[in-house]
Write a protein that binds this ligand. Structure first.
Ligand code: NAD
Length: 322
């Protein structure tokens, strides 16, 4: 079994090498992302292993079929970058859950940081500036948090928020017991903090738009660790300018594919919206790192390798994307 591993990073290679120590799968690690320009580098491989910012559209899938690739193994949970309609005979698998804790904990880290401004305090005290001016936050205790999407990660985040003594309201089309659900506009209107945990679909694209920013509390903090395009980022910049929300924590950005996971510090980033967001003091941006814990990396490697082996050895499609 030969696998072309696109967009390989050192921390991923380490985890995959550990779980593939017997070399059962011959893995070709490549730094470049998968797209129409790079797809040829999967030549001779049975599987391609792809991540969140690879482009797996109809053109790339057609080329993969011509190269004789039989499976696309996504080493992530979301698969909005994979054109399911163009899959044809190609099989696709994913890692549905590798550590919902990792993402939920990162969402809370963003919220705590923005609220108590520990990122600013860190920089201040490094320069012996011990002033507290401008660092006032609010108690999380007793505040209302609105959670959009109460799947694996959303429910973990709710557990964490309840530990802080917060009131939780939520929105999901498939309610589960023990959670207070409201419609989406009520959630945006009544929440002190809003955290997004639903997938990116046609329906959820730009779910947070100009209209939703208009009904949010001016004091609200928005957290997005799900997918960038849930939030209309141009409308977000406007809303921040107009002081329609207090702060935003983003682990994802709708045009992240060109920049996230890479060191762009030596170049001019050619994205005015991203430039504006990074420049604002009440925006905290992390580059899609919510998943990045040792446990999650290990689970991703183990599940991905099992997905591939099960198919090629037993014709068994574990975690198929349909
Ligand atoms: P999940 O499938 O367990 O839960 C998703 C929930 O969203 C489900 O309950 C579903 O009913 C709900 N949902 C679907 N459409 C909705 C809509 N229109 N409005 C409201 N809710 C809707 O998924 P999960 O494991 O909890 O992951 C959630 C998302 O987190 C993933 O789709 C992925 O995009 C993102 N994610 C991000 C990272 C990261 O590193 N930042 C890592 C893993 C996952």
């Amino acid at each position: 079994m030969k696998m072309a591993f696109f967009d390989a990073k050192p921390y991923e290679i380490e985890a995959f090498k550990k779980w593939n120590s017997d070399g059962e799968i011959d893995i070709r690690y490549m730094e470049h992302k998968l797209n129409a320009q790079t797809v040829d580098s999967a030549k001779g491989c049975d599987v391609v292993c792809a991540f969140v910012n690879d482009t797996i559209d109809a053109e790339v899938l057609d080329e993969l079929k011509k190269l004789g690739v039989k499976m696309v193994a996504m080493r992530c949970a979301g698969y909005n970058n994979l054109d399911l309609k163009a899959l044809g005979d190609l099989k696709a698998v994913r890692v549905p859950a590798y550590s919902p804790h990792a993402v939920a904990e990162h969402a809370m880290a963003l919220l705590l940081t923005l609220n108590r401004k520990t990122h600013k305090a860190y920089n201040r005290t490094r320069e012996f500036n011990f002033s507290l001016n401008g660092l006032t936050g609010v108690d999380l205790y007793g505040k209302t948090v609105g959670v959009v999407g109460t799947g694996r990660i959303g429910r973990m985040f709710i557990d964490i928020c309840r530990g802080f003594g917060m009131k939780v309201i939520a929105y999901d089309m498939y309610p589960v017991e023990g959670i207070d659900y409201v419609d989406l506009d009520t959630l945006f209107r009544e929440s002190d903090f809003i955290s997004l945990h639903c997938p990116l679909t046609d329906e959820t694209h730009h779910m947070v738009d100009e209209k939703r920013f208009a009904i949010m509390k001016d004091s609200a903090i928005l957290i997005n660790t799900s997918r960038g395009a849930l939030v209309d980022s141009v409308a977000l910049v406007e809303a921040l300018w107009n002081k329609q929300l207090r702060a935003v924590g983003l682990d994802v950005y709708e045009e992240e594919a060109n920049y996230f996971f890479e060191d762009c510090s030596g170049e001019i980033v050619d994205d005015a919206t991203l430039q504006l967001l990074v420049s604002m003091p009440n925006v905290l941006l992390t580059s899609h790192q919510a998943f990045l814990t040792e446990e999650a990396l290990s689970n991703i490697a183990e599940t991905t390798l099992n997905n591939v082996k099960e198919f090629f050895q037993n014709n068994n499609l574990v975690n198929e994307i349909k």
